[in-house]
Design a protein around this ligand. Structure first.
Ligand code: PBG
Length: 346
């Protein structure tokens, strides 16, 4: 549409406010829609029974023992949330340099999946080694770097273990090269042809992940990680530089070619330009991950009374939809679903 064309009608013939006069006319002109079915709920799981351990840097979010999952799955289904994303919090003693716990039978995540077996809700599991490594990196270290091919070998063991434990969707979030192709081949070779691969294709080296690292008890800061290994302290050798958009689109194109069923842009709000451009360039569904730091920014400001939590969050979620996202992964999922459902019926 030629907004700049000289022939375009102008004031006073055009009065934009005519479309804003009443609630009803605003509804008729509304371009984006948000529903509980657009939400994915990430949950941190821990060992133990009837446990709920608050995450200090994420006010309102707790790590929960896996016996709580059935109640949460029921709640999600009741609210209309289609999927849960599970993140295991591994005891420090079980973390190693090579992350062997990631594919051990009956590990925490596979027992968590067992709890969801009776539910129709879709389960999503990350494929990445960071919950299981001492240094908190997403891969295996050789020499002084995260080694791509050694990591692919480890990731395929983790992916097969997750598929066998009943995960519906695997979400590789490690940013190694060639992982989607490698994992699709390994899964298909083991007859896991129906397990979907949702790729964290455009994952930026973001400062907004630190509360997530707190939740996992992983090294948080650059300083902390350097004490636990002698390798580059941050994840910039595999996650994307946040100044780059072309590179992110290239990553997405590669992952689609390699067999990704959907792609994730992560974090969400600073990267909506990528969502929009990917939406225009590709036919695959795009998900946004509204990450821990984005959660915390709203939750803590709301706690202090500075922001209206519900309104600010819904504005951000609609922003994701408007940019072209099919769904949003958000720690607010159950609360947001409630707010959305109340608005629709109320
Ligand atoms: C790592 C992973 C991270 C998140 C999800 N998977 C953090 C990281 O890259 O260090 C962060 C999500 C969030 O901040 O909510 N595989």
């Amino acid at each position: 549409m030629g907004f700049a064309s000289a022939a375009m009608r102008q004031y006073p013939a055009t009065r934009m406010r005519r479309m804003r006069h009443s609630e009803n006319i605003r509804k008729l002109c509304c371009e984006s829609n948000l529903s509980a079915t657009d939400l994915i709920w990430p949950i941190f799981v821990i060992e133990g029974q009837s446990k709920s351990v608050p995450i200090e840097s994420m006010p309102g979010v707790s790590r929960v023992s896996i016996d709580m999952l059935p109640a949460m799955a029921e709640q999600a289904e009741r609210l209309g949330i289609p999927a849960l994303a599970l993140f295991p919090v591994i005891a420090q003693e079980a973390k190693t340099l090579e992350a062997q716990e990631a594919w051990r039978q009956k590990n925490l995540i596979s027992r968590a999946l067992l709890q969801l077996q009776e539910f129709s809700i879709t389960s999503i599991c990350d494929v990445a080694l960071d919950p299981y490594t001492i240094h908190g990196h997403d891969g295996v270290i050789r020499g002084n770097q995260v080694d791509n091919s050694a990591t692919l070998q480890a990731l395929s063991k983790q992916a097969i273990a997750l598929a066998e434990a009943g995960a519906d969707i695997l979400a590789p979030s490690d940013m190694m090269d060639g992982r989607i192709k490698h994992l699709r081949q390994c899964l298909d070779a083991q007859q896991h042809t129906e397990v979907a691969l949702v790729s964290y294709a455009a994952k930026f080296a973001s400062n907004f992940y630190s509360p997530f690292r707190d939740a996992l008890n992983a090294p948080r800061s650059k300083k902390e990680r350097s004490e636990k290994s002698n390798i580059p302290r941050d994840k910039r050798t595999y996650q994307i530089d946040y100044a780059n958009a072309e590179e992110a689109l290239w990553e997405i194109a590669l992952d689609i070619q390699e067999g990704a069923d959907m792609v994730i842009v992560k974090p969400a709000i600073p990267y909506l330009d990528i969502v929009r451009r990917a939406k225009e360039a590709f036919a695959v569904p795009i998900l946004c991950y509204h990450v821990s730091g984005e959660y915390t920014a709203i939750a803590s400001a709301a706690k202090a009374g500075y922001l209206d939590q519900k309104e600010c969050l819904l504005e951000q979620l609609i922003g994701c939809k408007r940019a072209g996202a099919s769904a949003v992964i958000t720690y607010y999922a159950p609360r947001a679903a409630k707010w959305i459902n109340e608005t629709k019926t109320g």
